[in-house]
Ligand binder design. Structure first.
Ligand SMILES: O=C(O)CCC(=O)C(=O)O
Ligand SMILES: [Fe+2]
Length: 467
């Protein structure tokens, strides 16, 4: 379930002239002025201990964060002594295939091996020392996922990432131990001086963490406002992408330098470009979570509309959504979700209701998302995913009722919700209550008849979660 991190084709070489080995946009990153930002736009954190999953779960994860503190302050493990590319090659294996991006064209070249990468770094370094630019292409390496390699013994992602990440918390354990899960959690990026990755949004609207192991990087960050996302979609699809520096099309673009040992968090949907002013090794990963569901779904839909090749997308995105629904139900049943997570869950439930179809032939086919839905429903003690969704809707209604009437959730649970169901819709409005109540009424009846099951559902979930 690997995923390569390549962009769609752009003919930059033609743009820069056939002989060029630099990207045309780099000059602008170095010379242009970018917008000023305050702590409401991008947070710069000096004390990493304040960066916790608890705080994100209460306040959301919408702004980029630069953490200028030691790795262990955010529960991240990095090696005590810096690793060279040679050390990395020893851990990964010199024959390991490596995908390289030509910085001028932003296109993938035919696959290399780790040993080619090491020689390439050596050659560029010695050319620089001798003051010759040479005709070597500048090549970037941003897609080496290393969780299956020995390099893994040197790194652990930030604690809050592990605590929020749906792959960690919602993907079924027995499938994970069989290696059946999206491998997007640990990337090692090796970039020589002069590398550039043009504006993009990370796959599936994942959030990202990057730690600069050695060297430095410059990030250009553009917020995912509806207007900016519209511009992005048109730019990606248009011919002008080749000549147009995307930052010139939007209202605000922020420039952030990330130095050795610093960590950046880029939230879901943020449009970003990255320039490498000196040889750098960084480690990072992508994660989906319960705090940006709307944006994650929006980017997933955008990728579908602009026909991004499946191999550049989050692997098994829809499977992940079904697993997340089951996981969040278990959390909800334990009254363990914050208001932000409950709001996000409502959005997820709406999407799942659209994707969820009665289990047909496909439900038997391992690998289909219908099978994933059926599988996670059974693990949670339901006969079908529709039943699980019904249950979710019911409890969400109770939560909403509790919030609207300022009553503790536990009281609403003990009083039942029959008296409230006439007035409350899932989105918190009362409009068209009659029609919706018909549907909810039907769902509620089905759920009531299965009431005796609830205890065992909870037990099974607990068992699964403690695995
Ligand atoms: O460091 C780079 O060149 C690109 C990093 C990035 O944004 C990515 O890999 O998605
Ligand atoms: Fe990225």
């Amino acid at each position: 379930m690997d995923k390569k991190r390549k962009r769609e084709k752009i003919n930059y070489r033609k743009l820069a002239g056939e002989e060029s080995n630099v990207n045309v946009h780099i000059g602008k990153i170095v010379n242009n002025d970018f917008d000023e930002y305050d702590e409401f736009v991008i947070r710069v954190v000096k004390d990493g201990r304040s960066v916790t999953s608890e705080s994100f779960r209460k306040e959301g994860l919408d702004t980029p964060i630069i953490i200028k503190d030691k790795a262990d302050s955010i529960g991240m493990v990095v090696p005590k002594n810096k690793l060279t590319l040679w050390n990395i090659a020893n851990e990964i294996g010199y024959a390991h295939p490596i995908s390289m991006i030509d910085v001028t064209t932003q296109e993938e070249i035919p696959p290399w091996t780790m040993s080619c990468l090491v020689s390439y770094f050596q050659r560029r370094k010695s050319m620089r020392r001798k003051g010759i630019s040479g005709d070597d292409r500048i090549l970037n390496q941003i897609s080496l996922e290393f969780s299956k390699t020995k390099l893994m013994r040197h790194f652990v992602s930030p604690r809050f990432v592990r605590e929020l990440d749906w792959i960690e918390n919602a993907w079924p354990n027995d499938r994970k131990v069989k290696d059946e899960y999206p491998r997007v959690q640990y990337y090692c990026l090796t970039s020589t001086e002069g590398c550039y990755t043009d504006f993009h949004i990370d796959f599936g609207g994942t959030s990202i963490w990057y730690n600069i192991h050695s060297g430095m990087k410059i990030f250009l960050l553009i917020p995912p406002t509806p207007q900016n996302l519209n511009h992005y979609e048109s730019w990606i699809c248009s011919e002008t992408q080749q000549t147009q520096f995307f930052a010139d099309l939007v209202d605000k673009c922020y420039k952030v330098s990330l130095n050795e040992n610093e960590t950046i968090i880029i939230p879901s949907g943020w449009i970003h470009a990255v320039y490498t002013p000196q040889d750098s090794i960084s480690v990072g990963g992508n994660f989906l979570h319960s705090l940006n569901v709307k944006m994650q779904l929006q980017i997933h839909k955008l990728e579908t509309r602009i026909k991004i090749n499946q191999k550049f997308r989050f692997p098994f995105f829809i499977h992940m959504m079904f697993y997340a629904g089951a996981y969040l139900l278990s959390q909800l049943q334990q009254n363990a979700l914050t208001n932000i997570e409950i709001d996000n869950l409502q959005i997820l439930v709406e999407a799942l209701s659209q994707w969820n179809v009665a289990p047909g032939g496909d439900a038997l086919y391992k690998g289909s998302f219908q099978e994933a839905a059926q599988y996670t429903a059974s693990l949670s003690g339901f006969q079908t995913y529709s039943e699980l969704l019904d249950h979710l809707v019911l409890i969400l209604m109770k939560h909403q009722a509790a919030r609207q009437s300022n009553t503790p959730f536990s009281e609403i649970v003990s009083n039942g919700i029959e008296h409230q169901k006439k007035d409350i819709l899932l989105d918190g409005t009362t409009e068209n209550a009659d029609n919706d109540n018909k549907n909810l009424g039907i769902r509620l009846k089905r759920i009531k008849s299965k009431k005796s099951k609830v205890g065992s559902v909870r037990d099974r979930l607990k068992k699964r979660l403690s695995m």
